[in-house]
Design a protein around this ligand. Structure first.
Ligand SMILES: Cc1ncc(COP(=O)(O)O)c(C=O)c1O
Length: 383
């Protein structure tokens, strides 16, 4: 990827060299099947458990709460599988926010088709869940709530801790799930509050694709989504994967440390360039309720696809919405829910701590140049 600037880290991140090294080494050192009863299998099993202990130490949970999955899509679907199995439609409402990723939104639609009373919690113009609307939906019995920690298209942090408090105050036994995929950031981890379940995906923080986790309450009896050999204490069948788990763990350890100061400086420097040159643009969310590496920017007088394509010709790769829905030229479901101006073009820019400031500065100037070239709105500074 020389001479190109990849600004789509919310969809996937580059695997770190240390992570590749850990992966390759573990592939040969711990290839025996961790479920095998012989000594070599036991070694793989113990290695895998060591990884889970490290994950748990960082995330302040217990290793017994962790299920290794193929990614957050599986983790999220597993949580909805619990609702189908343990509750009947008449037991109470299911609440999810309007801005959930498809891996929560579509399983919720599926529950609705099965007759469950699924309600979608509105978001405000700032892109955060409308707590008044949430409170009104808690008026009738609720069995389950799912809301994300950080939105994948805007980088906006959601008031998960407040929602857990509100929901559990009324219904102490309801289950609360949080898709925390985009929120692996120590500074906001407290916002996760006392959720019961949360999901993470490795490829969002420099691990290879194909691995994630689901964290569940300690004494909870998981109804497995995948049936088979009964691995992971009958919670998730499928041969366990020591090397991929080690890669995930290494990436989490490093990203947990690295997603601190540098990324905030990069964010500030990037935003200052826009503030000086294009004050008319609209950056979704305030700086204090956004993670510092994902921005969604609205530009007047241009479509998102025109700007994205112009940037691609300059080898700058951004997206218009999430990678899963970016083939669709219509305004995304998330921006629509926020009431964003459909006449404006929106792009998502997401970087990582592996970027250098000068690389991002150059990209910011290019974005401004492309916008000025193709925008139909000309101001005195744009002429
Ligand atoms: C918020 C969110 N949830 C879930 C997912 C799905 O994760 P995975 O690719 O691990 O299935 C993504 C990935 O785009 C995401 O951004």
């Amino acid at each position: 990827m020389n001479n190109s600037c990849y600004l789509d880290c919310a969809s996937s991140t580059r695997v770190l060299p240390e992570v590749s090294h850990t992966y390759i080494t573990a592939l040969s050192d711990y290839f025996p099947n961790p479920s095998a009863v012989h000594a070599e299998g036991k070694k793989s099993f113990n290695f895998l458990n060591e990884q889970k202990e490290k994950i748990s130490e960082i995330l302040k949970i217990k290793p017994e709460q962790v299920i290794i999955t193929s990614g957050a899509t599986e983790s999220n679907n597993t949580v909805f599988h619990q609702i189908k199995n343990y509750y009947k439609p008449e037991d109470g409402r299911v609440l999810i926010s309007q801005i959930e990723h498809g891996s929560v939104f579509n399983p919720a639609q599926d529950l609705a088709e099965l007759g469950y009373d699924v309600r979608f919690i509105r978001v405000n113009k700032e892109g955060t869940v409308d707590l008044e609307h949430f409170a009104s939906q808690l008026e009738e019995p609720v069995i389950f709530v799912s809301t994300m920690l950080v939105n994948n298209e805007t980088g906006i942090i959601q008031p998960v801790d407040k929602m857990v408090e509100m929901a559990k105050n009324k219904y102490p036994n309801l289950l609360f799930h949080c898709d925390a995929v985009q929120g692996v950031y120590p500074k906001i981890w407290h916002c996760l509050g006392n959720v019961d379940f949360f999901s993470l995906s490795g490829h969002k923080f420099h691990s290879p694709k194909g691995i994630g986790i689901l964290v569940h309450p300690e004494s909870y009896k998981i109804k497995p989504l995948l049936l088979g050999g009964g691995q992971q204490d009958n919670r998730r069948s499928g041969t366990m994967k020591p090397a991929l788990t080690a890669a995930f763990t290494k990436a989490l350890e490093i990203s947990w440390q690295q997603r601190r100061n540098k990324i905030e400086k990069l964010n500030q420097a990037f935003l200052e360039i826009f503030a000086q040159s294009l004050p008319q643009i609209n950056i979704k969310g305030k700086t204090q309720n956004r993670i510092p590496w994902t921005l969604n920017i609205g530009f007047p007088g241009i479509t998102g696809s025109t700007l994205r394509r112009a940037l691609a010709r300059e080898n700058i790769f951004v997206s218009q919405s999430s990678a899963c829905s970016s083939q669709n030229e219509k305004m995304s479901r998330i921006l629509q829910a926020m009431g964003a101006n459909s006449q404006w073009g929106h792009i998502r820019i997401s970087f990582s701590y592996l970027h250098e400031e000068k690389e991002l500065t150059a990209a910011a100037h290019k974005i401004i140049e492309c916008y000025r070239k193709y925008s139909l709105v000309k101001t005195s500074t744009d002429q």
